[in-house]
Design a protein around this ligand. Structure first.
Ligand code: ATP
Length: 233
Protein backbone atom coordinates (compact mmCIF):
# COMPACT_ATOMS: atom_id res chain seq x y z
CA UNK A 1 0.00 0.00 0.00
CA UNK A 2 2.78 2.41 1.01
CA UNK A 3 6.26 1.82 -0.36
CA UNK A 4 9.19 4.01 0.57
CA UNK A 5 12.44 3.52 -1.25
CA UNK A 6 15.82 5.09 -0.54
CA UNK A 7 14.33 8.12 1.11
CA UNK A 8 16.68 10.89 2.24
CA UNK A 9 15.58 14.16 3.81
CA UNK A 10 17.72 17.19 4.63
CA UNK A 11 17.10 20.33 6.66
CA UNK A 12 19.64 22.62 5.00
CA UNK A 13 22.99 20.91 5.59
CA UNK A 14 21.61 18.51 8.21
CA UNK A 15 20.58 15.08 6.96
CA UNK A 16 17.70 13.83 9.12
CA UNK A 17 16.75 10.70 7.10
CA UNK A 18 19.34 8.49 5.36
CA UNK A 19 18.40 6.16 2.58
CA UNK A 20 15.36 4.71 4.35
CA UNK A 21 13.24 1.99 2.70
CA UNK A 22 10.18 0.31 4.18
CA UNK A 23 6.69 -0.86 3.32
CA UNK A 24 3.26 -0.83 4.85
CA UNK A 25 0.85 -3.47 3.54
CA UNK A 26 -2.87 -2.99 3.49
CA UNK A 27 -4.52 -3.97 6.78
CA UNK A 28 -1.35 -3.76 8.86
CA UNK A 29 -0.24 -1.71 11.83
CA UNK A 30 3.42 -0.88 11.20
CA UNK A 31 5.41 0.83 13.97
CA UNK A 32 8.54 2.91 13.51
CA UNK A 33 10.41 3.19 16.76
CA UNK A 34 13.56 5.07 17.70
CA UNK A 35 15.01 7.56 20.15
CA UNK A 36 14.57 11.34 20.08
CA UNK A 37 15.90 12.79 16.86
CA UNK A 38 16.03 9.45 15.00
CA UNK A 39 14.02 10.96 12.14
CA UNK A 40 10.57 9.51 12.80
CA UNK A 41 8.59 12.74 12.61
CA UNK A 42 10.55 13.82 9.55
CA UNK A 43 9.51 10.63 7.74
CA UNK A 44 5.82 11.13 8.57
CA UNK A 45 5.90 14.77 7.52
CA UNK A 46 7.57 13.78 4.26
CA UNK A 47 4.86 11.18 3.54
CA UNK A 48 2.21 13.86 4.21
CA UNK A 49 3.89 16.20 1.72
CA UNK A 50 4.88 18.80 4.32
CA UNK A 51 8.59 18.32 3.59
CA UNK A 52 10.19 17.51 0.24
CA UNK A 53 12.68 14.64 0.21
CA UNK A 54 16.14 15.22 -1.23
CA UNK A 55 16.16 11.69 -2.66
CA UNK A 56 13.98 8.60 -2.98
CA UNK A 57 10.39 7.72 -3.77
CA UNK A 58 7.14 7.35 -1.84
CA UNK A 59 4.45 5.30 -3.53
CA UNK A 60 0.91 5.03 -2.25
CA UNK A 61 -1.28 2.38 -3.87
CA UNK A 62 1.20 2.21 -6.75
CA UNK A 63 1.39 5.95 -7.46
CA UNK A 64 4.29 8.26 -6.60
CA UNK A 65 3.18 10.95 -4.15
CA UNK A 66 6.45 12.60 -3.17
CA UNK A 67 5.84 15.71 -5.25
CA UNK A 68 2.18 16.19 -4.37
CA UNK A 69 0.71 18.95 -2.23
CA UNK A 70 -0.41 17.93 1.27
CA UNK A 71 -4.13 18.50 0.49
CA UNK A 72 -3.89 16.18 -2.52
CA UNK A 73 -2.27 13.53 -0.37
CA UNK A 74 -5.12 13.78 2.15
CA UNK A 75 -7.64 13.61 -0.68
CA UNK A 76 -5.89 10.48 -1.94
CA UNK A 77 -6.50 8.71 1.37
CA UNK A 78 -3.67 9.48 3.81
CA UNK A 79 -4.32 11.41 7.01
CA UNK A 80 -1.86 12.38 9.72
CA UNK A 81 -2.37 12.93 13.43
CA UNK A 82 0.55 15.20 14.29
CA UNK A 83 2.76 15.02 17.34
CA UNK A 84 1.29 17.21 20.08
CA UNK A 85 -2.20 16.80 18.52
CA UNK A 86 -2.51 20.38 17.19
CA UNK A 87 -6.23 20.64 17.69
CA UNK A 88 -7.61 23.99 16.55
CA UNK A 89 -8.05 26.16 19.63
CA UNK A 90 -10.82 28.74 19.42
CA UNK A 91 -12.88 26.12 17.62
CA UNK A 92 -15.24 23.70 19.33
CA UNK A 93 -14.87 19.94 19.31
CA UNK A 94 -17.54 19.68 16.62
CA UNK A 95 -15.86 22.37 14.48
CA UNK A 96 -12.56 20.49 14.76
CA UNK A 97 -14.25 17.34 13.48
CA UNK A 98 -15.81 19.33 10.65
CA UNK A 99 -12.34 20.55 9.65
CA UNK A 100 -11.31 16.91 9.28
CA UNK A 101 -14.08 16.36 6.75
CA UNK A 102 -13.23 19.54 4.84
CA UNK A 103 -11.85 17.78 1.75
CA UNK A 104 -14.60 15.18 1.57
CA UNK A 105 -16.61 15.32 -1.62
CA UNK A 106 -19.13 12.62 -0.77
CA UNK A 107 -22.09 14.02 1.14
CA UNK A 108 -22.92 11.38 3.75
CA UNK A 109 -21.08 12.55 6.85
CA UNK A 110 -23.70 11.70 9.47
CA UNK A 111 -22.63 8.08 9.73
CA UNK A 112 -19.00 9.10 10.05
CA UNK A 113 -19.69 11.46 12.95
CA UNK A 114 -21.60 8.63 14.63
CA UNK A 115 -18.67 6.33 13.99
CA UNK A 116 -16.28 8.80 15.66
CA UNK A 117 -18.63 9.29 18.66
CA UNK A 118 -18.91 5.55 19.06
CA UNK A 119 -15.12 5.28 19.26
CA UNK A 120 -14.67 8.36 21.41
CA UNK A 121 -17.86 8.81 23.48
CA UNK A 122 -16.23 11.64 25.45
CA UNK A 123 -16.15 13.80 22.30
CA UNK A 124 -19.91 13.56 21.92
CA UNK A 125 -20.29 14.91 25.44
CA UNK A 126 -17.99 17.85 24.67
CA UNK A 127 -19.15 18.94 21.21
CA UNK A 128 -19.55 22.62 22.08
CA UNK A 129 -16.44 22.89 24.27
CA UNK A 130 -13.39 24.81 23.00
CA UNK A 131 -10.90 22.17 21.88
CA UNK A 132 -8.01 23.86 23.73
CA UNK A 133 -9.74 23.22 27.07
CA UNK A 134 -9.80 19.43 26.62
CA UNK A 135 -7.32 17.31 28.59
CA UNK A 136 -4.28 15.90 26.78
CA UNK A 137 -5.90 12.50 26.34
CA UNK A 138 -9.12 14.05 25.07
CA UNK A 139 -7.15 16.21 22.63
CA UNK A 140 -5.44 13.08 21.32
CA UNK A 141 -8.86 11.50 20.80
CA UNK A 142 -10.11 14.61 19.04
CA UNK A 143 -7.05 14.70 16.77
CA UNK A 144 -7.65 11.03 15.89
CA UNK A 145 -11.38 11.61 15.37
CA UNK A 146 -10.61 14.61 13.16
CA UNK A 147 -8.22 12.50 11.05
CA UNK A 148 -10.81 9.71 10.75
CA UNK A 149 -13.36 12.22 9.42
CA UNK A 150 -11.33 12.40 6.20
CA UNK A 151 -11.97 8.62 5.86
CA UNK A 152 -8.31 7.73 5.33
CA UNK A 153 -7.22 4.36 4.02
CA UNK A 154 -3.85 5.00 5.70
CA UNK A 155 -3.67 6.72 9.08
CA UNK A 156 -0.33 8.19 10.21
CA UNK A 157 0.02 8.57 13.97
CA UNK A 158 2.88 10.60 15.47
CA UNK A 159 3.56 9.74 19.12
CA UNK A 160 -0.03 9.26 20.27
CA UNK A 161 1.14 8.28 23.77
CA UNK A 162 3.18 11.44 24.35
CA UNK A 163 2.44 13.06 27.69
CA UNK A 164 -0.50 10.80 28.53
CA UNK A 165 -1.23 8.90 31.72
CA UNK A 166 -0.88 5.10 31.44
CA UNK A 167 -4.63 4.54 31.53
CA UNK A 168 -5.15 6.88 28.57
CA UNK A 169 -2.25 5.28 26.69
CA UNK A 170 -3.92 1.89 27.03
CA UNK A 171 -7.22 3.27 25.81
CA UNK A 172 -5.62 5.01 22.83
CA UNK A 173 -3.77 1.85 21.82
CA UNK A 174 -6.96 -0.23 22.10
CA UNK A 175 -8.64 2.24 19.79
CA UNK A 176 -5.74 2.06 17.31
CA UNK A 177 -6.26 -1.70 17.16
CA UNK A 178 -9.98 -1.21 16.65
CA UNK A 179 -9.28 1.23 13.81
CA UNK A 180 -7.15 -1.41 12.13
CA UNK A 181 -9.79 -4.11 12.65
CA UNK A 182 -12.30 -1.87 10.94
CA UNK A 183 -10.11 -1.74 7.85
CA UNK A 184 -7.84 1.32 8.15
CA UNK A 185 -4.11 0.68 7.73
CA UNK A 186 -1.93 2.37 10.36
CA UNK A 187 1.63 3.68 10.38
CA UNK A 188 2.53 4.48 13.96
CA UNK A 189 5.62 6.24 15.23
CA UNK A 190 6.42 6.06 18.91
CA UNK A 191 9.05 6.40 21.56
CA UNK A 192 6.97 4.02 23.68
CA UNK A 193 8.50 1.00 21.94
CA UNK A 194 6.81 -1.60 24.12
CA UNK A 195 3.27 -0.42 23.41
CA UNK A 196 3.99 0.32 19.76
CA UNK A 197 5.52 -3.10 19.06
CA UNK A 198 2.93 -5.02 21.04
CA UNK A 199 0.15 -3.90 18.69
CA UNK A 200 2.27 -3.90 15.49
CA UNK A 201 2.14 -6.52 12.77
CA UNK A 202 5.61 -5.35 11.77
CA UNK A 203 8.06 -2.74 12.90
CA UNK A 204 11.24 -0.91 11.97
CA UNK A 205 13.87 0.52 14.29
CA UNK A 206 15.42 3.85 13.30
CA UNK A 207 18.71 5.19 14.56
CA UNK A 208 20.12 8.54 13.44
CA UNK A 209 18.02 8.57 10.31
CA UNK A 210 18.63 4.96 9.24
CA UNK A 211 16.67 1.72 9.52
CA UNK A 212 18.82 -0.61 11.62
CA UNK A 213 16.40 -3.48 12.35
CA UNK A 214 13.07 -4.77 11.13
CA UNK A 215 10.77 -7.68 11.87
CA UNK A 216 7.36 -8.61 13.17
CA UNK A 217 6.24 -6.79 16.31
CA UNK A 218 6.92 -9.92 18.35
CA UNK A 219 10.37 -10.52 16.81
CA UNK A 220 11.40 -6.99 17.69
CA UNK A 221 10.00 -7.28 21.22
CA UNK A 222 12.08 -10.45 21.65
CA UNK A 223 15.24 -8.99 20.10
CA UNK A 224 18.13 -8.45 22.52
CA UNK A 225 19.13 -5.23 20.77
CA UNK A 226 15.63 -3.80 21.09
CA UNK A 227 15.35 -4.94 24.70
CA UNK A 228 18.64 -3.31 25.60
CA UNK A 229 18.13 -0.04 23.75
CA UNK A 230 14.38 0.57 23.98
CA UNK A 231 12.75 -1.66 26.59
CA UNK A 232 14.96 -0.91 29.57
CA UNK A 233 17.12 -4.07 29.52
P1 ATP B 1 11.27 13.05 18.32
O1 ATP B 1 10.76 11.76 18.81
O2 ATP B 1 12.09 13.77 19.34
O3 ATP B 1 10.26 13.91 17.66
P2 ATP B 1 12.15 12.11 15.76
O4 ATP B 1 12.67 10.74 15.66
O5 ATP B 1 10.76 12.33 15.34
O6 ATP B 1 12.37 12.67 17.21
P3 ATP B 1 12.83 14.23 13.95
O7 ATP B 1 11.97 15.22 14.64
O8 ATP B 1 12.40 13.69 12.67
O9 ATP B 1 13.14 13.02 14.94
O10 ATP B 1 14.28 14.88 13.82
C1 ATP B 1 15.35 14.26 13.10
C2 ATP B 1 16.55 15.20 13.08
O11 ATP B 1 16.26 16.33 12.25
C3 ATP B 1 16.96 15.76 14.43
O12 ATP B 1 18.36 15.78 14.47
C4 ATP B 1 16.38 17.14 14.44
O13 ATP B 1 17.14 18.03 15.23
C5 ATP B 1 16.45 17.54 12.98
N1 ATP B 1 15.36 18.47 12.62
C6 ATP B 1 14.04 18.25 12.74
N2 ATP B 1 13.33 19.31 12.30
C7 ATP B 1 14.24 20.22 11.89
C8 ATP B 1 14.14 21.54 11.31
N3 ATP B 1 12.96 22.10 11.06
N4 ATP B 1 15.30 22.17 11.02
C9 ATP B 1 16.51 21.59 11.25
N5 ATP B 1 16.66 20.36 11.77
C10 ATP B 1 15.55 19.67 12.09
Amino acid sequence: MLKIENLSVHYGMIQAVRDVSFEVNQGEIVSLIGANGAGKTTILRTISGLIQPSKGTIQFEGKPIQKRAPRKIVAQGISQVPEGRHVFSGLTVLENLEMGAYLRKDGSLKEDYEHVYEKFPILKERLTQDASTLSGGEQQMLAMGRALMSKPRLLLLDEPSMGLAPIFIKEIFNIIQEIKEQGTTVLLIEQNAKMALSIADRGYVLETGKVVLSGTGQELLDSDEVKKAYLGG
